[in-house]
Design a protein around this ligand. Structure first.
Ligand SMILES: O=C(O)C(=O)C[C@]1(C(=O)O)C=C[C@@H](O)C=C1
Length: 306
């Protein structure tokens, strides 16, 4: 049976995402995103499932940076998981007794309103994951009174839910990705997404516009753009892009070849089916047949057949 590493321990949203993405696969929990990705790279696991972005909190920067800098991995799938937060305590603890609270920083941000309203003055300490926070609350002699976690973590670790659905928004979604060691790409489905990272050649007026033009002139719709610091001082960035389509589509392939020519490095992160199955709108002149016809035309005129 194949194995997928995930951000553990048991009970995280990441585990729930893995169960939906790959129901027949054994999930192996790791303490953090880096360790889960390392398991996929080393072959200890066949791949990994990790969070990429949240509809309220934004990018999970640890995942973005790992994909950009670490040994290459390919994104082979994605899933959009609605996330609903629960306040978990040891049986008998009441709301007024909660002085120290622990959860994942992304969960903290998403429950800020509830914490300010119901637990003013409570100290919030960051945990490696939401279920990791629940596990810590359940541990003997725990310094924490409560955890913000998925409800299922309460069942796993013997905690009681004293408040449910405590996120500031009820429609929050986290996007999880499945990554695999480099190998065959998923076949195009007609509703795909392509992810890549671009490192600029140099800093000059219009550098960002030049990158965006590669997509725009070929009718490729972007679905996410994120700048991340390179670490080389203030003002130095690289860029994550998600766009509609598969690298086997002529317009996507040509756009990323164009980026390859212009930039110091392009890291292709994968083409994979979109979780929402939304197919791109192909603009006039940007279908595969249009690119093939234009290439034929160019060959003819180069051969003097005007
Ligand atoms: O801690 C978990 O349960 C996770 O799966 C991680 C994670 C995240 O990294 O954003 C996933 C969804 C929630 O937004 C909070 C935490």
């Amino acid at each position: 049976m194949s194995k997928l590493a995930y951000l553990g321990p048991r009970g995280t949203f990441c585990e729930a995402a893995l169960r939906l993405l790959a129901p027949d696969v054994e999930g192996v929990p790791y303490a953090n995103v880096t360790a889960a990705l390392e398991a996929a790279r080393s072959g200890t696991a066949d791949g990994a499932v990790v969070p990429l972005e949240n509809s309220v909190e934004g990018a999970i920067t640890q995942t973005l940076d790992e994909l950009a800098w670490g040994p290459p991995l390919l994104v082979t799938g994605e899933l959009l998981l609605p996330v609903e937060f629960t306040l978990l305590v040891r049986p008998g603890t009441e709301l007024a007794q909660i002085k120290r609270l622990t959860t994942h920083p992304a969960a903290h941000t998403q429950c800020r309103g509830f914490i300010e309203r119901e637990l003013p003055g409570a100290v919030v300490v960051a945990a490696a994951s939401t279920a990791g926070a629940a596990q810590e609350v359940a541990a003997p002699g725990s310094p924490y009174d409560a955890a913000i976690s998925p409800a299922i973590a309460g069942e796993y670790y013997g905690l009681t839910a004293i408040a449910s659905n405590i996120g500031d928004r009820s429609d929050t979604v986290t996007r999880f990705i499945r990554v695999s060691p480099p190998g065959l790409l998923p076949e195009p489905t007609g509703a795909d997404r392509t992810s890549l990272v671009v490192f600029l050649q140099d800093d000059h007026p219009g550098a960002l516009l030049e990158m965006l033009s590669e997509f725009a002139v070929r009718g490729v719709n972007l679905t996410r753009i994120e700048s991340r610091p390179t670490g080389d001082g203030i003002g130095h960035y690289f860029f994550h892009f998600d766009c509609e389509g598969h690298v086997s589509d002529a317009r996507v392939g040509e756009a990323i070849s164009g980026l390859h020519r212009l930039s110091s490095d392009v890291r292709f992160l994968g083409s994979y089916p979109r979780a929402d199955a939304v197919a791109p709108q192909v603009r006039r002149g940007t279908a595969d047949a249009d690119f093939a016809e234009a290439a034929d035309w160019l060959s003819r005129i180069r051969a003097g057949r005007v």
